[in-house]
Every structure is written in C-alpha cells, then in structure tokens.
Write a protein that binds this ligand. Sequence first.
Ligand code: UDP
Ligand code: MG
Length: 329
Amino acid sequence: MIQKSMDDETNASAIKEKTISLVVPAFNEEASIPLFIEAFMLARQKWAFDSHVIIVDDGSSDGSLALLRKYATEYECVHYIAFSRNFGKEAALSAGIDHATGHGVVLMDVDLQHPLSTIPKFVEVWHDQGVDIVYGVRDEVNQETALKRWTSRQFYRFFNKMAHTRLPEGGGDFRLLDKRVVEVLKRLPERNRFMKGLYAWVGFRTQALTYEQPARVAGDTRFNYWKLWNFALDGIVSFSTWPLRVWSYIGVGVALLSFLYAGYIVLRTLIFGADVPGYASLAAGVMFLGGMQLMSIGIIGEYLGRLFIETKDRPLYIVAESKVPDNEN
Ligand code: UDP
Ligand code: MG
C-alpha cells in the first residue's frame, strides 16, 4: 500500500517535469484563435505538466497573424510560426513538429474540435503505459454529414486494401507523439506529406483513445470535397504503387481476351465466310481500349508529377516570421 502511494508520487513528480508542445495549424482562423487561446490558458493551469503552444499560421489572409503576434507578446507560452503563403495543413503540421521542443507533442486543430480536456488523458496513457503515439479516435456521434462519414470510411477501406501501411479508421491528426517519434518524423525527407500515413509508417507503440468531437467553434471547415479528393489521392499515391502496377495485369487480361476473340473471328470466318458487319464491336473495342490507355497514362502522370516535385527538392514551407520555443534540450 505504502509502496503503491510512493509509486504514484514518483509518477506524479515525473509528469511534472514533462513539457508538452501543442502544435496547432490555423488558416484564416481569426474567429477561433482568441477562443482557443482563452481555453488553452485556462486548461494549462490545471495540467500537472508544463505546456506551451505553437500555432502555425498557414498563410492566412485575415487578421490571424496580428492576433498571434499579440498573444505571443502577451503570453510566454504562446509561440507562432507564420508561413509566407498557404502551404496546406500537412506542411503546417510539419513546421510545428520541426520546432516543437517538448517531451511530447500534441497535434490539434484550432477550432476546438479536438477538446483540450483530452490532452491530460493522452499524457496519462503516454506516460503511464510507455506508449509512443496516442491517437484520438472520434466518437461516432459527431457533427459530420453522413456523406462525409461514408466517403471517409470508403477511403480508409480502399487505402488499407492498396497500401502496406495500415491506417486505423477514424484516427485523425489529433494525437500525442513522443519526442523520439518526432525526431523520426523530422528526418523523413519527402515533400508530399500525408501525415496520417507517415504516423502509421514510422511504427512505434501506438494506442487509441476515443474522444467526443464537438462542432467547430467558429467559421466553416477549410476542406471542401475537391480538397479532400486531392488529399486522398496524395495519400494513396504516396503510400501505394498498386495503381501503377495494376495496369500490367489489366493489359495481360485484355491481351488474353483479344486473343480469344481473334481466334473466334478466324474460326467464324473459316466456317461462315467473311462478313462485313462488326462496326459496333470494333468501335466499342477501340473506345474501351483508348479510355483505358488514357487512364493508365493519367495514373503514371500522378506518380511522375509527384516525382517531379520531390526531385526539385524545394522546402516544405517558407517561414515569414516566427516566435518559437528555445531548444534547450
Ligand atoms: N488548416 C490549415 N491549412 C489549410 C486548411 C486548414 O492549417 O490549408 C487548419 C485549420 O485552420 C484547422 C485545421 O487545419 O485548424 C483543420 O481544418 P478544419 O477544421 O477546417 O477541417 P475539418 O475539421 O473540417 O476536417
Ligand atoms: Mg475542424
């Protein structure tokens, strides 16, 4: 009994010495930022561990940056990185990860859809169970439309069928990463950052934790279906070469079929003589094959385009200004 309470104490004191960096991307979020900062300043007082936040302004065109400058001068624990233009959420997460100094790094949205009250639970699992990644899984009762939920489920299913990397369904960006995972992520050289895939790809001991996701505090989602489609395409093309390879099999299949068909035509001509009609099957065949060839070239293009971007070796993002935590450890 005494032993147990002593263990608890050592545990608690160890947690006290931990620092958690919150990495929060924000794109045109002037309405959410003040609410987020207010909620964070309140919440962190109650946390057993030390914490700071790095908000990454992803090239906002509203008053977000002015707000961040103000809060960063006002509060020591508020940091920010401002991009020179919109580079996308994945780049913003990467920038935050690059500059985070905490023992653990929590990635979360600024719209308070990722509740601050979940963070101590993440920290507890990370600290007590020695897990390297704790990721949040949305409770089913959330505000997303049925169509969005359905498309998201189909994406996970499709992705997991095609790629060797397994994506846990419902696991988003909201998660805690141990420092050693952060170090590995920092070293990954690719420009095409499909973070959900990268977290899974790096491995490590991982644990899920469900949380309830409320509606956005202010504004609307920054992701429309077109953006999401491109995002899904990025994910699949970055983690699977199956779309490239499948054409060899389709090619073999079509070649076999046409071989059989040719045999049939030769036989039929030998038996019944030549007949001119056959325009419809000819046209259908040509169009079908033409369509398939265009599609396969398009898919090669998807990969080639990304290869092109990777070889240019441009930076992932450009920082226009920042106030980041000192790297003392
Ligand atoms: N975001 C970003 N860059 C973008 C789009 C979004 O940094 O190009 C940020 C946004 O400000 C928010 C987070 O990513 O903090 C999630 O965006 P949102 O809430 O619109 O997505 P949803 O919750 O609908 O998936
Ligand atoms: Mg949101």
